[in-house]
Each structure stands twice: as C-alpha cells, then as structure tokens.
Design a protein around this ligand. Structure first.
Ligand SMILES: NC(=O)c1ccc[n+]([C@@H]2O[C@H](COP(=O)([O-])OP(=O)(O)OC[C@H]3O[C@@H](n4cnc5c(N)ncnc54)[C@H](OP(=O)(O)O)[C@@H]3O)[C@@H](O)[C@H]2O)c1
Length: 273
C-alpha cells in the first residue's frame, strides 16, 4: 500500500490493527500516524513497540494521511467528529470501526461528501483471525471499499454487507468471541465435574473448539454435515447433543445474537442524537 494511514484512537482495537497491518508488511511503520485524546503513556508505548508516528494534532493526521481509521468508543464519536470536521475534505477516506455509529451520521456531522466505510471487526484481530464485515456509506467508491478490504484482510477474513446488516454482524461475529469463551469456560467446568483436572480439561476444550473450527474452514463442508458425520445413532455424541438441545442450546444462541444486535441498534440511538 502506497498511501499513509492515520489512526484516531490508540486503544485495543487500534493496536490490534497496527500489529496486523505491520506484520503482514502492508505498510511500513513510518507511514502510520496514531493520535489519541490524552494518554501520553499509551502513545509512547505504541511508538516504542511498533515504530509508528504519534501526534496530538488532528491537523497532522489529516494533512499527512488520506486514509483514516477511526477507533474511538461510540460515546466519544460526536465530540471527535466536531473536532475533525475542519480538517476533513473529499480526498480523505474514513474507515470507522465504531460500533453502532452509522455512516450517514458520520457524513452528516462532517458536513461533506466524504467517503466513509464502516467496519465491524472482532478482537481476534490480535491473532490475525478476525471475522470482519465492511459496509459502504453514501459516497464510498470501489477504491475506498478496496482499501478497507485490504486493511482488514491483513487481520483476518473480510465480507462485504449492506450497512443495515451491521447490527446483526455485531451480534454474531462482533460479540461472538465472548460467546465462544463462555463455551470454553463451560466445557472446562464440565470436564472438571466429569473427573478431569482443570488444566487438562481447559486444554482439551480449547483444542476441541479450535479443531472443529479448522475442520469446518478447511473441509468446506457445512457444519450440519460435519455434526451428522460425528453423531452416530445411539452413541455418546448423540447423547450429548440430545441433552444440549433439550436444554435449549440453539434457541439460547439465537436469542443471544438477537439481543446483542438489538443493543447495537440502541447504541445508535443513544450516541447519535
Ligand atoms: N474491541 C473489540 O473487539 C471491537 C470490535 C469491533 C469494534 N470495536 C470498536 O472499536 C472502537 C475502539 O474500541 P477499543 O476497545 O479500542 O477502545 P479503547 O481501548 O477504549 O480505546 C479508545 C481510544 O479512543 C481514544 N479517543 C477517545 N476520544 C478521542 C478523541 N476525541 N480523539 C482522539 N482519540 C480519542 C482514546 O484515547 P485516550 O485513552 O487518550 O482517551 C483511546 O485511545 C469502539 O468503538 C468499539 O466499538 C471494538
């Protein structure tokens, strides 16, 4: 990638993206500029760890970089957009990873026909295994979508969706790592209550989830087929699956994703007044 990249926000998501983008060689550290609000220690850490440039001036970011990622919390977005409005112009591409903030809100607050792309990655960015969905704003073009795809491909898999699907994406893959961690906790506790030691139980649980996901990815077979293949009538797996379904396993996951997606919609209402 030739152009320079500005990152507004220096938190967990910004760091995961910086680590991914640099480690795959998409950009050199000297072409990345990071800004936050007040935490000097954090900027110092990012500069020392990754060799990126840091600044406290929005004018630096917008004059040095055409491509900008916004990675602040939803509650800070209104103030940020008001602060950067004067520096943004039509040459800039704005990629926002901020949950629940629409492209139309960003466009209207910037008061310009600026190219805005929204992205919903997840924390697995940190190990380059994010599931990221991207959606275009009103003025985003092929170039800006291509840029977002390239950036997020450096930290995992990317799909393109209509913006209205992003609440569902947030409920599924945005929050999804936490559901899987909960499943790992539950499997570990279950192994312990069935007689295993904690360490062995946790290792087996983690490797089992990893192996099943790898199998689903690499075999190309639908999960339903893979499940049927390993569930022989009258066998042990059949017994476990029957218990899970009797206790509402699928229904509870459907409800969890639905409620998380609803919460994403509320965030828009709460933060975009
Ligand atoms: N973590 C995830 O899995 C995940 C997944 C998808 C999307 N996201 C989204 O990513 C965004 C960032 O999440 P995070 O976990 O990285 O948050 P975080 O760790 O709290 O970091 C937020 C950063 O924003 C900076 N900031 C706030 N207001 C600012 C302003 N006006 N100008 C410049 N910088 C400003 C903060 O700087 P100071 O510390 O100096 O105040 C801080 O560096 C959120 O909107 C979240 O919805 C996160």
């Amino acid at each position: 990638m030739e152009a320079r990249l500005g990152i507004i926000g220096a938190g967990a998501m910004a760091e995961a993206l910086i680590a991914g983008i640099l480690s795959c060689g998409l950009l050199e550290p000297e072409n990345v500029y990071v800004i936050n609000r007040k935490n000097n220690e954090r900027l110092k850490f990012l500069k020392e760890t990754y060799g990126v440039n840091t600044t406290r001036q929005y004018s630096d970011i917008f004059s040095y970089c055409d491509n900008i990622i916004i990675a602040v919390k939803p509650k800070d977005m209104a103030e940020l957009l008001a602060s950067i409005r004067e520096y943004v112009d039509e040459k800039h591409i704005i990629i926002s990873v901020v949950a629940g903030i629409s492209t139309s809100y960003i466009e209207s607050r910037l008061e310009k026909k600026v190219r805005v792309v929204r992205a919903m990655p997840n924390t697995s960015c940190q190990v380059k295994a994010s599931a990221t969905a991207i959606a275009k704003g009103s003025y985003a073009d092929e170039h800006s979508m291509g840029l977002a795809r390239e950036l997020f491909s450096s930290v995992g898999k990317v799909v393109v969706v209509e913006e209205k699907a992003l609440d569902a994406v947030t409920g599924l893959s945005g929050s999804g790592p936490a559901y899987v961690y909960l499943m790992l906790e539950a499997l570990t506790e279950a192994g312990i209550s069935a007689g295993l030691g904690r360490e062995i139980s946790e290792q087996l649980a983690i490797q089992t989830v990893f192996g099943a996901a790898k199998m689903a990815l690499e075999s190309g077979e639908a999960p339903v087929h893979l499940r049927r293949k390993v569930t022989s009538p009258g066998g042990t797996t059949m017994e476990g699956i029957k218990t899970l379904q009797q206790m509402g396993f699928t229904a509870s996951i459907v409800e969890a994703v639905r409620n998380a997606a609803e919460r994403s919609k509320q965030l828009l209402i709460e933060n975009c007044k």
